[in-house]
Write a protein that binds this ligand. Structure first.
Ligand SMILES: [Zn+2]
Length: 432
């Protein structure tokens, strides 16, 4: 896709299609060269490379995970972009992952739109990366016309459910098809899309083209301030190219003539931000925007990011010390959950199969029967937890510890829990 602003912007060199990786020498958003290092987590294996249990360790790629901050536009970004073909090998199975939390969040988004910017019947709502159509189902139920754009098989599932979905990557051809068939959109949504796509300007150009004159663009992204506050360094891996603050999102959207008119912090994925934008001057800017920008000016300074880095290192040392003490008497420690973020935590902290006996996933997970990336830690079925009753369960989805602990106890686990972040600690099962 070409630039939409008259071509003054330089086309970035892309890792996509390179069968390799590209070192980020200049900011991917504003092209400035002044990139300050935030943290270096060492070399990490791709989170979807999981060899079968029993296979011998083979040569495999590891990519440097350095996080940089652009001093010009505040964008926090990974210092290396890896070709998506290497991150998503053909063996990578698609999983929908539409959990109850996400369904509730999308219903809440629909309710907020109704309260603040009620759409008319027959208005068109387009969701980019629409997955199985869960978000759009909320708008369909209130008589809007909807259209999803989704490259994976989840789009077929959506079509079967009656959510019209174009099976395609988001780009100029997809935009032209939707405009030809459905017209321009009153609302364009993109949840958890912005962090993953390499050529972000092409995406925003496409959104602008798709939006009606009075259209709203609503995005949700994992939020940098949440990441820093609660030490979620484990959400750093090569699929996540950028870490969003409202400030950096504003700077990006302003380059395209879009203005942020409303923003709200939401709890999904351990802390996200929902942002409404429109063409400049079309809507009043709500009071929600300024306090978030002010908080970021205070909390995301270079000094605060340096504190974040020190806290991450401290949490690593404390977790190792804690596990040393627990492991000493020969205790068994099982990990709970193998989300992508578990791979970063395990590899950065340096856990191996001598420390963590196994990691458990719920029955049906495609990860069962494989090793955690970069290790020989086997991923096994969760039923093992209740059968084996290990002394400790390490919560790798620690950001939902409050949900997990009662659930695992109710299901019959009698051991104790290790919560690795933000402050490593042991918690009782509630039965002792
Ligand atoms: Zn920049």
């Amino acid at each position: 896709m070409t630039n939409g602003d008259g071509g003054t912007r330089r086309e970035p060199r892309l890792a996509a299609g390179s069968n390799g990786s590209i070192v980020v020498e200049r900011c991917q958003v504003c092209d400035a060269a002044d990139l300050a290092p935030v943290i270096f987590l060492g070399f990490l294996p791709p989170v979807n490379t999981m060899p079968l249990i029993g296979s011998r360790p083979q040569e495999q790629p590891m990519y440097p995970a350095q996080v940089l901050r652009c001093r010009a536009c505040q964008r926090v970004q990974l210092g290396l972009v890896v070709d998506p073909a290497l991150l998503f090998p053909p063996s990578y199975p698609y999983t929908s992952g539409t959990t109850k939390n996400l369904r509730d969040n999308f219903a809440a988004l629909r309710a907020e739109v109704e309260a603040l910017y009620p759409p008319a019947r027959e208005d068109l709502v387009v969701d980019i990366g629409s997955n199985d159509g869960t978000l759009l189902g909320n708008f369909l139920a209130t008589s809007q016309r909807v259209r999803g754009i989704e490259p994976t098989n989840a789009g077929r599932l959506a079509n079967e459910r009656g959510i019209p979905t174009l099976i395609s990557f988001f780009g100029r051809p997809a935009v032209e098809t939707v405009i030809r068939e459905d017209g321009r959109a009153r609302i364009v949504t993109a949840t958890n899309v912005f962090a993953h796509v390499e050529n972000i300007h092409a995406i925003v150009d496409g959104i602008l083209e798709l939006l009606a004159e009075d259209g709203l663009f609503i995005s949700e992204s994992h939020y940098l301030l949440s990441l820093v506050e609660t030490l979620q360094y484990d959400t750093i891996y090569h699929e996540h190219l950028r870490y969003y603050s409202l400030t950096s999102l504003r700077n990006l959207l302003e380059m395209h003539g879009l203005e942020i008119i409303h923003a709200r912090r939401i709890p999904t994925h351990g802390g996200s931000i929902r942002v409404y934008a429109a063409r400049r001057g079309k809507y009043p800017v709500r009071e929600s925007v300024a306090p978030i920008l002010a908080a970021e000016a205070r909390e995301l300074t270079e000094g605060k990011l340096e504190t974040f880095r020190r806290r991450v290192v401290q949490a690593k040392l404390e977790l190792l010390a804690l596990l040393r003490d627990l492991k000493g008497p020969g205790s068994r420690i099982y990990g709970i959950g193998a989300p992508s973020r578990a791979s970063t935590l395990i590899n950065y902290v340096g856990l191996d199969d001598n420390i963590l006996d196994c990691v458990l996933e719920i029955s049906g997970s495609y990860k069962i029967g494989k090793y955690v990336p970069g290790t020989l830690i086997p991923v096994l079925e969760e039923s093992r937890l209740y059968r084996d009753q290990p002394e400790y369960a390490l919560l790798l989805s620690w950001h939902i510890a409050d949900e997990l602990i009662p659930k695992l106890c109710a299901n019959g686990f009698r051991g104790r829990f290790v919560v690795p972040l933000p402050v490593p600690c042991v918690m009782g099962s509630g039965q002792d």
